[in-house]
Design a binder for this molecule. Structure first.
Ligand SMILES: Cc1cc2nc3c(=O)[nH]c(=O)nc-3n(C[C@H](O)[C@H](O)[C@H](O)COP(=O)(O)OP(=O)(O)OC[C@H]3O[C@@H](n4cnc5c(N)ncnc54)[C@H](O)[C@@H]3O)c2cc1C
Length: 286
């Protein structure tokens, strides 16, 4: 199938882009970034936007910078940009590891980090990482700029706090101290498929005991989230099998797993047990 008719706009500046979006949003005007989610849904006519505001020619949106202890990821930075560490320390390594689980080579070369966040698929790896590390999103419209915390940004399946006239211009992640241990694990049927469950585990050690634990799961509930019960099971414990199994068990009991045509809620809960434990084991070896 071919997409329904739409008008294409190619602004060159961010001011032009937000002004255009404000004008066309009431006629289902949409931002076009990498097009790797939007264009297939248009081809199937699941989406029929009247206008596309292509942000690929907007100056400055392809920047990846480190500022004030944060990695700043512009709206047009592609998944492939993370293939090698983009910053010093554990954060760069974690992002490089995660990137290799996203889709396939051609999609990674075109799809964008921020496009994934705006699309908010429950199984998106970048949405999970932003949630685990309490990242923030910078949204811009013709009426100004606002910063939204990850825990407020993701609001359900493919639903975010972005207004229809807002462009997500940047995502920010805190740089992690050098001694931070990070692990990621996802389960999918084939390489490149969306995850049926995924987890990020992060912690540091103080006197041999776990401090500042973070455990987040994705692909399980309508949006990724940190699991406080699992983090409590880790805090103050010695890293190792006993603590990791306790945290994974707590995560499994805490989630309200989604069900779909091929995956029962029960199986997905079992996957949470496995992916959480493995993410923590990988963190220990990082
Ligand atoms: C076969 C296949 C496998 C895939 N596997 C995975 C996977 O394993 N993991 C994964 O996470 N993703 C996967 N994807 C999706 C891919 O990562 C997309 O690149 C990503 O979801 C969307 O990014 P994009 O830049 O292509 O956005 P687009 O397709 O251009 O846009 C997606 C949506 O977000 C909106 N949008 C995009 N950017 C912005 C912005 N800056 N501000 C406001 N709104 C914006 C658009 O209007 C649209 O509604 C897969 C896709 C395909 C086709």
């Amino acid at each position: 199938m071919k997409p329904a008719a739409f008008r294409y706009h190619a602004p060159k500046t961010i001011d032009e882009a937000v002004a255009l979006l404000a004008e066309v949003a009431p006629e289902d005007g949409r931002v076009l970034a990498g097009g790797q989610s939007l264009v297939p849904t248009m081809a199937f006519r699941l989406a029929k936007p009247g206008h596309l505001v292509d942000i690929n020619n907007v100056a400055g949106l392809d920047r990846l910078t480190v500022k004030d202890g944060k990695l700043c990821i512009g709206a047009c930075v592609r998944h492939a940009a993370f293939a090698k560490p983009v910053c010093e320390g554990p954060l760069g390594k974690l992002l490089a590891n995660v990137m290799h689980h996203i889709a396939h080579f051609p999609i990674r070369n075109r799809g964008t980090f921020c496009g994934s966040l705006a699309n908010a698929d429950p199984a998106s790896e970048w949405c999970l990482v932003m949630t685990a590390l309490d990242g923030e999103m910078v949204a811009r419209s013709s009426s100004g700029t606002r910063t939204i915390a990850a825990r407020e940004f993701f609001q359900g399946i493919m639903t975010t706090a972005l207004r229809e006239d807002e462009i997500l211009i940047e995502a920010r992640l805190p740089l992690l101290p050098a001694d931070t241990r990070c692990g990621f694990y996802e389960y999918s049927r084939r390489a490149g498929d969306f995850a049926m469950a995924a987890s990020v585990g992060v912690y540091r050690l103080d006197g041999g005991k776990i401090v500042e634990p973070r455990v987040a799961v994705g692909g399980v509930e309508p949006n990724p989230r940190r699991v406080a019960e699992a983090e409590r099971a880790l805090a103050g414990a010695e890293p190792g099998d006993t603590a990791f199994r306790a945290a994974a068990d707590a995560a499994m009991h805490a989630v309200e797993a989604m069900e779909d045509a091929i995956t029962s809620a029960e199986f997905r809960r079992d996957l949470v047990l496995a992916v959480t434990r493995r993410a923590l084991e990988r963190a220990e070896k990082s």
